[in-house]
Each structure stands twice: as C-alpha cells, then as structure tokens.
Design a protein around this ligand. Sequence first.
Ligand SMILES: Cc1ncc(C[n+]2csc(CCOP(=O)(O)OP(=O)(O)O)c2C)c(N)n1
Ligand SMILES: [Mg+2]
Length: 339
Amino acid sequence: MTKKGEATRRVAERIETLEREVPARKPELLELYRQMLVIRRMEEAAAKAYAQGKIGGFLHLGIGQESVCVGAIAALQKDDYVVATYREHGHAYAKGMSARAIMAELYGKRTGCSKGLGGSMHLYDAPNHFLGGHGIVGGHVPVAAGVGFKCKYLGEKRVTLCFFGDGAATIGGFFEGIALSALWKLPCVFICENNLYSMGTPLYRSLSVEDVSMKALAFGMARDRFDGDDVLRVRARIAEAVDRARNTGEPTLVEVRTYRFRGHSMSDPGQYRTKEEVEEWKKRDPLAIARKRLLGDAGCDEAELESLEAQVKDEIDDAVRFAEESPPADEYLGFTYKE
Ligand SMILES: Cc1ncc(C[n+]2csc(CCOP(=O)(O)OP(=O)(O)O)c2C)c(N)n1
Ligand SMILES: [Mg+2]
C-alpha cells in the first residue's frame, strides 16, 4: 500500500463503538444548520476574495468541520468563554460575532472585530466572551486554563471551551494547560478538533497513540471521544462535559474526529492526501447530514430549507458588501501597514 493509501485507510476509521443517536428536534436542528451554513458560505466567500487578492496574510478554512464549533458552542450559556486557534471563523460566528465583523476583519478593515489589524487568525470579541484567535499551536491551552482559573477564583459559574487541533496534542503548552486544569479542577472543556492532519502530517506520523482523549488518563481527567459529523451528537456530548465543568468544576478532554475538505491554508494544494480520501469524507459532510435529518425525522420540508438558504445567502452578500465598502484599518490608527 502506498503511503497516501495507508493514510487514507487509517483516517477513514470511524469511532463506531462510542456512537449514540441523538433525536432531532426541528427548531434546534434548524438553527444549528443555519449557523453551519452561514459559516460555510462565509468561508467560501472569503476564499473567493482571497483569490482576488482582496484578503491578504494567512487564511485557514474550517470547511468540513463546522459541526464541531457549532455543536459545541450551542452547549454553552451566553457568558461562557471560548478560546480557539487560527482556524476560528466558525467559532467566532457561533459565539455571537456577526458575519460583517468577521468578514471586515479578514479584509483588514477598521469595522472588523479587531479593527482590521488582526486578520483571519486573530478574531477577538470581548462582549461575546470570544477570546481569540491564536496563531501559536497549543499556546492558547494555558490561556484557557487561566480563564478557567479566573472563573473559579471569582466564584463564577462560567465554563471555558478551548478548541485546538491534533497538532497541539504534541506541544508542551497543551500538557501544561491540561495538567494545571486537572490539578486545580478548573471548569474547562478541552476540545481536540482532530481533523487527522497537522498541515501535511497525518496523525499516525505525529502521535504514537492516536486516541488523543487518552492523554486525559495521565492527569486523572474525564475524557470523551466521538465522530463529529452529526452536529446534534456534538452538542449533546459537549453538553455533558460542560455540565460537569459547571456543576463540579472538573475539566474534560474531548476528542472529536472531523476532516477539513480544503487545504491547511489557502496556499496548500493538499498533495499529501488522495482525492478519493477527500471524496470519502465528503460523504460525511456535516451540513448534508443535518439537511437530511431536517428533511427526515425533524419534519422540515424542502421549501422551508430553501427559504432559510436564501436568507443565509443574503447575510453573506451583505457581509461581503460591508467589508468591501468599509475603510481600511491603516487610516484608523494613523499608520500604514504594508506586507
Ligand atoms: C508552536 C507552533 N509550531 C508550528 C506552527 C506552524 N503551524 C501552524 S498550523 C500547524 C499545524 C497544526 O495542526 P493542528 O493542530 O492539527 O490544527 P489544524 O491546522 O489541523 O486545525 C503548524 C505546525 C505554529 N503556528 N506554532
Ligand atoms: Mg489537525
């Protein structure tokens, strides 16, 4: 078997044994589907603008992974915190940021959430308790532990979700963050969005134990692990960890298996994996699964979904127009940023 073939075989494995079916209720699933669709269309629009040279710097898309951020954040209360990586457009939207503020930030405009100076990797929104957007792999895990410490210290019943990739599970900061959280019982949920690659490196070449959730055992921390393609499953399982954090103060390490359909960033042609592998994973597209469930056990009809999809299109068209028409960041701060 070729190296790529071996990667394909390994990454296609499902976590069957831990699956549980979650019943679909129409209003809830419709809202989760709407959010996932906004995120998908927003990132497609961003990719187009990037290709046209309207967005500069790095741009990491989460297309294919939307169910993880949407499902997980749906398990939170409004004043809970989220700390995320550089692949965080979806997390920011799910936490309450507008498509306008995100798109304007990607365009480097002063109306962006970070006044156009952060760009794609540094979305930030204090009023919505979205604490980044971090570019250093694993470096934000101790930051999340710090937020958890603050909540515990002040006696707040607030939970912090920390998202990171499989690549972070090999990094020192990750271990520091989860070790202290377990020791001090900090109300955090650490969510590994395991998309099976860190840049071009497949999981089995970076981790001797591919089950990331097992790392919790070394710290006496609760753990969970499941496939992320069904947004309802993500929400239900993360809700268990969130309840644990809120009610007992105990952290959890959760591994969610997912897949990015595009390259690591816009400059990645993705030659380390086969077309067949990507096509296989597209059969588990979380949006298609949610849509099918809406039309099935949730009892939606096609016309309802088409009207929702038209609303989403308007929201994204509006966000792109807003970003294009907004003034650039450099005028705002009185200096010019040049690459
Ligand atoms: C400490 C550190 N090392 C290396 C990099 C370069 N880098 C950026 S993204 C990335 C891959 C991370 O993969 P993963 O954690 O699985 O997240 P994914 O991109 O798959 O979402 C690397 C190595 C970095 N940003 N920070
Ligand atoms: Mg990864």
